[in-house]
Design a protein around this ligand. Structure first.
Ligand code: SF4
Length: 343
């Protein structure tokens, strides 16, 4: 009953014209599923189109440069997704002759593809009958079945997987999967779900017990720590000095300003680390960038170069980034914001 009611609603109201929905190419579906993690559909569309235009196939992505991949990801956040996509494309080329595998166990082995994402790709691309359990689906199912307990807990998650598996129909699995994702994204909202217009309200136990606002059960409250850094924006003519970050960790592989502890003197730091003599200007207002596990407070410090020092160009991890003719490289969102302000 649940699936047939949901499918009826989907036939009338579901989203069917998103760029990746016109595709049966598993590569494009894979890219869309990765971009859609933690990101809204409307934000993803232009990124998806640019990405596919530049890298239309898995082999072209595998042959591409990570810098360019990160550049196309600039602003989407969660850059590990882009690095894993690139790594997985290379693995698919070396281990599966460039074709996205259709066996679920092989998909699980690829970097950056969890159980729900693997199932969604195989369902949409190959019509397989596999349940999915992303954030939207978890919300719908905990409410429909009145599942108490934090879904981040293993026991609760396994229960939800069982429910998801039982609910997934053998017929029209891809449409059902899209329908339940759409229901979570547009009707069964996190706050104030639109139960009055819900096609499956009659089977919803949370609604029956008036517990929609209490489910899903929230996880333990975590206090987000604050980290503070300074970023030195050294300018020379129309360029500014950028440094590539280490390949792993936050903003791994992206380009950023030289970063230091706030207590350290920027002139001393730049001269010790890069042999550059700078004049530091007045600090800009601190800006906050929030990650899942902590807040990063950034204090930007503008600076000018006292004398040109060409030795710095000998390091491949450093670049004088042209503000008037910017080239293609991956930039973290706050760095991009600061570059725009400098430009
Ligand atoms: S009735 Fe309300 S809480 Fe239940 S599934 Fe529908 S929108 Fe969600």
């Amino acid at each position: 009953m649940f699936s047939s009611q949901l499918l009826k609603w989907y036939d009338r109201h579901g989203r069917k014209n998103l760029p990746w929905q016109r595709e049966s190419d598993p590569y494009k579906i894979w890219v869309s599923e990765i971009m859609l993690q933690q990101t809204q559909v409307a934000t993803v569309i232009p990124y998806f189109e640019r990405f596919i235009k530049r890298f239309p196939t898995i082999s072209e992505l595998a042959a591409g440069d990570i810098d360019e991949v990160l550049h196309l990801w600039t602003g989407l956040g969660y850059y590990a997704r882009a690095r894993n996509l690139h790594r997985a494309a290379r693995e698919i080329c070396s281990q599966h002759e460039g074709s996205f595998p259709s066996e679920v166990e092989k998909v699980y082995q690829l970097p950056g593809i969890g159980r729900s994402t693997a199932h969604a790709i195989l369902t949409f691309a190959f019509g397989q009958k596999l349940p999915i359990l992303d954030g939207n689906v978890k919300r719908v199912l905990t409410r429909q079945h009145r599942v108490h307990g934090w879904p981040g807990e293993k026991r609760i998650e396994e229960r939800l997987w069982k429910i998801a598996s039982n609910m997934t129909p053998a017929e029209r699995t891809a449409d059902y999967t899209q329908a339940i994702m759409d229901l979570g994204a547009t009707v069964c909202l996190r706050r104030r779900p639109l139960c009055g217009g819900c096609p499956v309200a009659n089977t919803c136990l949370a609604k029956k017990h008036n517990e929609q606002d209490r489910l899903p059960t929230p996880g333990p409250r975590r206090h987000k720590p604050i980290r503070s850094v300074s970023m030195v924006m050294v300018q020379k003519d129309h360029s500014v000095l950028l440094e590539q970050r280490p390949p792993s960790g936050i903003w791994g592989g992206l380009w950023s300003f030289p970063e230091l502890e706030p207590a350290i003197d920027p002139s001393l730091y730049m001269s010790t680390r890069f042999g550059l003599a700078i004049d530091a200007g007045k600090k800009w207002a601190t800006l906050r960038h929030s990650f899942t596990h902590f807040h990063l407070d950034i204090t930007p410090i503008p600076a000018t170069l006292r004398k040109a020092d060409n030795r710095i160009m000998e390091n491949p991890g450093l670049v004088w980034y042209n503000l008037t003719e910017p080239d293609a490289r991956g930039l973290a969102a706050p760095v991009k914001k600061l570059l725009d302000k400098l430009g």
